[in-house]
Design a protein around this ligand. Structure first.
Ligand SMILES: [Zn+2]
Length: 112
């Protein structure tokens, strides 16, 4: 189910990755002038469970950092590192389940 959701997100967002979009698309603005626009995904409004789905993590993990769930609420110094999504992509492609599991990441081909 989660992999299917990511395939759907990939299908929806794929026009943003094609060559034409990277060079710009002519769009009529509200002042009726045609401008060359480069569409980008710059934000995504989501609650925790939607972030869990988007990031492909277990529901009791933080989508931003790798703080273990049993240490939530503790102020550690230095703080836990932010998630490295490129590391998870490499781990998925090399079938390194240990790296994924150690950070609460599910073994899916995450589109983002
Ligand atoms: Zn966090």
């Amino acid at each position: 189910m989660l992999q299917v959701t990511h395939e759907i997100i990939s299908s929806i967002l794929s026009p943003l990755c094609d060559v034409a979009s990277q060079r710009g698309i002519e769009i009529v603005c509200c002042d009726e002038k045609v401008r060359n626009c480069v569409p980008i995904l710059c934000g995504w409004l989501a609650d925790h469970m939607e972030n869990v789905m988007i990031y492909g993590i277990s529901s009791n993990w933080c989508p931003i950092c790798i703080t273990p769930p049993n240490e939530f609420g503790e102020l550690v110094n230095p703080p836990y590192a932010s998630r490295q999504h490129s590391k998870y992509a490499a781990a998925f492609h090399h079938t390194d389940i240990h790296i994924l599991n150690s950070d609460g990441v599910k073994n899916i081909n995450n589109v983002l």
